[in-house]
Ligand binder design. Structure first.
Ligand code: ADP
Ligand code: MG
Length: 697
């Protein structure tokens, strides 16, 4: 057993009870856990504000002074502890509403303290509520320059006296005995090339930095290492899969040529051509393809999918295209059927609402190979759906599909695993893509078809709804169509349903002369399809809907997207919804409705939408606002539980570490060279919770 797997209770002064609490409350079980729980910030004990300079707009600040006038004020639940802190420039009021008993023991009149907190103004005087505080003592003065601050829980702090400082002392005790056990995890070449601080020194400096430069060097070193190993694992998985999994070869393209020459009604964009070439190269390589296709909404991914399916068909293999919703599957089917018929390709559709009799025929055609291509929903995962020779599976809007579903598709060809193309219009920031999909090959469509006019986006308050309705009317009179979308949040489905039906009523009242469709999640698939079809056929002019229309739906004639309660949507969802318009040649508009009261984040989201149409830029801001876990719904997957690196901020280090991992594997794929012994040893010792795309989404 290694030193670092020693249980914390054996650390001096911890003991069984606190050891257990640290595990339960903070997830700290072993020496290794504790030493890798890095401070979340540091107190710079040399920088102090003058009390007279404090004002409300300052963030957290540090002040130093003598404490006076400590007293209890008020009774019962209103009771609070107050004091003043005086420096040479003035007096700062302090107040505590909670933990009063404990604070009374800690703060003493006439002692000198360093406080850290957010200043506010109260009755024209500066005030700080619940500041962090530390007594200035002779011994401590001039000791450590930057003092670490550790996260702890309310329970530990208030009932067990395990505050940040207590953790600091534990870490200090641990470091004393642990440093000899810390071994270098990177190769000498990497340490030199990236001028990295040694591991042991980094562990010391990250907890107790001697100065800001050493702290920066320690942080860089630890972030680099963390990201390097994630990338190394991903790249090795990718290499290993390439070596082990054969793929069918699709190098004949007669029908594809016919399609290009005689049926494709527009020119492909340069980006589309590039991606098709990537796919073709994969198909000729004899190895199974695992490719992620990222392209902003409206960038034309469907046609790329179809072309890949044609390549399969041209080589005697079947393919399927799986969509997350019935509406979307239907639309793909309608759109592609025209091409397929013209080319003599047999294309079928299978969804939850396909009738039994039809299903039977379809199943048979798939088994005997007369059906070349299949478009569908989850229904095509069912075990009864068997292919003669499935060679390619495409998943549209992949984040809605789970792992089990993917592996089910794989199993539909017992001889050779089908090629996989995953398409997503949820732009993912580069850093996140590299981490989540680092073992996939990635192609990006970063160009919209020519002639598209950028969508004009505005933010309007609810009070102006009449004007917005007037605008819709004008657009409809010009022959266009409009969407009005209401939020759908799972926890309060009833409320949202009411919002939607109320909205529908007010829309029908406002537009008595128009035909209006409504689509929502509670409708039966065939009802949804019926309404959607009416809208597509222009029998209705306005579509009132929940976010079911978010993904993929393509009605080029619609030019207005009104999003009600836009503040309740996330950025990527807003961007997806906006992408439902701007698909034709007409100028399109997206109108974000909200009340006057908006949180800071909500305001940022709406402003971002108004400012830019660029999905990747939006994704970056989304990442900063929400953090990576939330963004991808991957909290549970553990993939993004990083110890120190931050995907929203450390993009540059991530790129560097990925490049380093790539060139290492290029030179020494098996990590067999003696000089890479550290790395081989470390990667083998890492827990098996490998970052693995198949576990995500
Ligand atoms: P998405 O990438 O969002 O799935 P779609 O595949 O639905 O986008 O394409 C959006 C629209 O753009 C469709 O109507 C499609 O026919 C059209 N389209 C795709 N590629 C081109 C192109 N190169 N030139 C013109 N129109 C195109
Ligand atoms: Mg699409």
């Amino acid at each position: 057993m290694s030193f670092f797997s020693t249980r914390l209770e054996f650390l001096r002064g911890v003991g069984a009870q606190r050891g257990q609490l640290l595990g339960k409350e903070l997830g700290l079980f072993t020496y290794g856990d504790l030493i890798q729980r890095y401070p979340f910030r540091y107190l710079d004990r040399t920088q102090f504000y003058n009390v007279v300079d404090l004002h409300e707009d300052l963030p957290y600040v540090q002040v130093k002074g003598i404490l006076r006038n400590r007293q209890l004020v008020g009774e019962g639940p209103k009771q609070r502890l107050t004091a003043t802190l005086s420096d040479a420039s003035g007096d700062l009021d302090l107040v505590w509403f909670k933990g009063i008993k404990w604070m009374q023991q800690i703060v003493q009149n006439q002692k000198e303290y360093i406080l850290f907190g957010k200043p506010t103004m109260f009755n024209g005087r500066p005030q700080m509520a619940h500041p962090e505080l530390e007594e200035v003592t002779e011994a401590k003065a001039g000791q450590s320059f930057l003092q670490p601050v550790y996260n702890t829980s309310e329970k530990l702090k208030n009932y067990h006296r395990v505050d940040s400082k207590a953790i600091m002392r534990m870490v200090a005790d641990l470091l004393k005995i642990a440093l000899p056990h810390v071994t270098e995890t990177l190769s000498p070449a990497l340490v030199e090339q990236y001028a990295l601080m040694g591991k042991a020194q980094a562990m010391q400096q990250i907890h107790f930095p001697q100065n800001p430069d050493l702290l920066a060097a320690a942080r860089f070193r630890l972030k680099f290492e963390e990201l390097f190993y994630i990338q190394l694992k991903l790249l090795r998985q990718k290499d290993q899969r390439k070596v082990t999994l054969a793929g069918q070869i699709f190098n004949q393209v007669p029908t594809l040529v016919d399609f290009y020459n005689n049926h494709l009604s527009f020119d492909l964009t340069g980006a589309q051509k590039r991606v098709i070439h990537d796919i073709y190269k994969d198909f000729c390589a004899g190895q199974q393809m695992n490719r992620l296709l990222q392209g902003d909404v409206g960038s034309g991914k469907t046609i790329v999918a179809f072309i890949a399916m044609l390549m399969a068909a041209d080589n005697g293999a079947q393919s399927c295209l799986m969509a997350p919703t019935e509406i979307l599957a239907d639309q793909h089917y309608q759109g592609l059927k025209v091409y397929a018929d013209a080319l003599g390709i047999h294309l079928g559709k299978l969804t939850g609402s396909t009738r039994t009799a039809q299903r039977r025929v379809l199943h048979e055609e798939l088994r005997n190979g007369t059906m070349h291509m299949l478009v569908g929903t989850h229904a095509l995962l069912e075990d009864v759906v068997q292919f003669r020779n499935l060679g390619l599976t495409i998943m549209d809007e992949q984040h809605r599909f789970g792992v089990a579903q993917r592996s089910k598709l794989w199993q539909k060809n017992p001889h050779v695993i089908p090629h996989v193309l995953v398409m997503t219009a949820t732009p993912i920031p580069r850093t996140l893509a590299m981490t989540l999909y680092g073992d996939l090959d990635v192609s990006v469509i970063d160009e919209l078809p020519a002639g598209r006019k950028p969508i004009v986006t505005v933010h309007r308050y609810d009070a102006n709804r009449l004007k917005v309705f007037e605008f819709i009317r004008q657009q409809v009179l010009l022959g266009r169509q409009a969407y009005i979308v209401y939020p759908l949040i799972e926890e309060s489905e009833t409320l949202d349903y009411k919002d939607l039906t109320d909205g529908y009523e007010s829309v029908t009242r406002a537009f008595p002369e128009m035909q209006i469709s409504m689509v929502h999640g509670r409708m039966k698939p065939e009802e949804k399809d019926f309404e959607m079809a009416r809208f597509v056929k222009k029998e209705t002019q306005i579509m009132v809907a929940t976010t079911v229309i978010e993904v993929g739906v393509n009605v080029p004639n619609s030019s207005v997207m009104v999003i009600e309660s836009a503040e309740r949507f996330g950025l990527s969802q807003l961007h997806q919804l906006r992408g439902r318009v701007g698909r034709g040649a007409d100028q399109s508009y997206c109108i974000l409705m909200s009340g006057f009261k908006l949180s800071k984040d909500a305001r940022t989201r709406l402003e971002t939408m108004v400012r830019t149409n660029n999905g990747f830029e939006i994704a970056d801001i989304d990442l900063k606002l929400r953090g990576p876990g939330d963004l991808m719904g991957t909290q549970q997957s553990g993939v993004l539980d990083l110890l120190i690196a931050d995907l929203a901020k450390d993009g540059r280090i991530l790129s560097e570490s990925r490049a380093a991992a790539q060139s290492l594997l290029a030179e020494d794929p098996e990590l067999a060279r003696p000089e890479n012994g550290n790395i081989r040893h470390h990667i083998d010792s890492l827990p098996a919770t490998a970052v693995n795309w198949s576990r995500i989404s």
